[in-house]
Design a binder for this molecule. Structure first.
Ligand SMILES: [Fe+2]
Length: 372
């Protein structure tokens, strides 16, 4: 219906807001306290289905599934949309499973794009909004208990109930979050003790909460994690791997917050979501058909490193080397290529510096996905 009516092309986001504030009363809102959307807005409330509009100025959605069916369409802005498959390998309980999360498809959505939403694991997805604001309209059924829980996912393969995560210790979760802000050291001690006496699933949820609460206190977080590992051993290791991946992604997610340039945001979206360098290059090639994908990736990497203020930037020679490295050429072949445009002796003299450059580069978490 969303697609056929061309409804999304018939009004702007400003029209939508003006219409909503002009109503004598807003329709019943789907979830008054929800933070999903900046803001979320229910446009139509029915017993069987609702129509919502979600505005996003900066946020990105987690990898998640749904306890309802319907469709969403882009009213304003654009997004990188990724869909996933999950194969369950170990069911810890109904709140937590371990398995394999694979990226199925990565695509660009723009104004007018419409996609179906299916319930459960048939449709696992994430959205990374490229423009500010990005607004989507969702036509959907009411939440169906049969489809609960609405799992979220972490790479490389964790499926968990995020609504349970917020209330793993009942009321105490709020107190723990407050304690983390008041006295992070005391918080780490308390959580380490709680984790020491918990079952595997509860320990994971507490460690995940601690991971978020102690983002600025990695040493303290390491204490909590070590305690959990000492109690649960090897069974907890895949869950810890998921947190390591989050740490890797954090450099990019922090950059995402401060960068507004759509091309750079698109590049960050690809680095965060696309598992291999080859696929990133293929998507860049599709998005920027006028420029070779390796060149585009190199230019964007140069700009990103500058924005990241890591004390790491690319001069023209390094740019050339980087582009060749993306082709995964052996080092000697790269030097031969560079000698076409630079003096042979100069390149030979620069050999140790270039070797070090490539080794330092491979350790930069920001660019690591390009070489995967
Ligand atoms: Fe969704």
């Amino acid at each position: 219906m969303l697609r056929e009516t061309e409804l999304l092309e018939s009004f702007s986001v400003a029209d939508l807001y003006a219409w909503a504030v002009g109503l004598p009363d807003l329709p019943q809102q789907l979830d008054q306290g929800s933070t999903f959307g900046e803001p979320p807005l229910t446009l139509y409330w029915g017993k069987r289905f609702v129509v919502d509009a979600y505005t996003w100025f900066s946020s990105t959605t987690s990898i998640h599934q749904h306890a309802f069916t319907g469709a969403f369409g882009v009213l304003e802005g654009g997004s990188v949309h990724t869909t996933y498959g999950f194969v369950e390998e170990e069911r810890i309980n109904s709140r937590l499973q371990r398995g394999r999360l694979d990226v199925r498809e990565v695509e660009f959505l723009r104004r007018g794009s419409v996609r179906a939403i299916r319930a459960r694991r048939e449709f696992i997805h994430s959205l990374f909004h490229l423009e500010h604001p990005s607004v989507s309209v969702v036509v959907r059924t009411q939440r169906d208990d049969e489809y609960n829980p609405q799992y979220s996912y972490l790479h490389p393969g964790i499926s968990f109930d995020p609504f349970f995560m917020d209330r793993v210790n009942g009321r105490s979760d709020e107190i723990l979050r407050a304690l983390a802000r008041v006295d992070p050291e005391r918080y780490a001690d308390v959580v380490a003790d709680l984790v020491g006496g918990s079952d595997l699933a509860t320990a994971f949820f507490m460690v995940l909460n601690a991971h978020r609460a102690l983002l600025e206190h990695r040493q303290l977080f390491a204490q909590v994690q070590d305690r959990a590992l000492s109690v649960h051993g090897k069974r907890l290791e895949p869950f810890v791997a998921a947190l390591d991946r989050q740490v890797r992604d954090r450099h990019l997610t922090l950059l995402r917050k401060k960068i507004t340039d759509p091309e750079l945001r698109l590049f960050i979206a690809l680095l965060l979501n696309v598992p291999t360098g080859d696929r990133i290059l293929a998507l860049l090639g599709a998005r920027f058909p006028g420029t070779p994908a390796g060149r585009k990736a190199t230019e964007l990497t140069g700009a990103l490193l500058e924005e990241a203020s890591l004390g790491f930037s690319l001069d023209p020679l390094q740019m050339e080397l980087f582009e060749l490295a993306l082709q995964k050429l052996p080092f000697e072949r790269m030097l031969d290529e560079i000698k076409r445009s630079y003096d042979d002796d100069d390149v030979e003299r620069a050999r140790p510096t270039l070797t070090r450059f490539l080794s330092d580069l491979s350790k930069q978490p920001i660019v690591a996905p390009l070489f995967a």
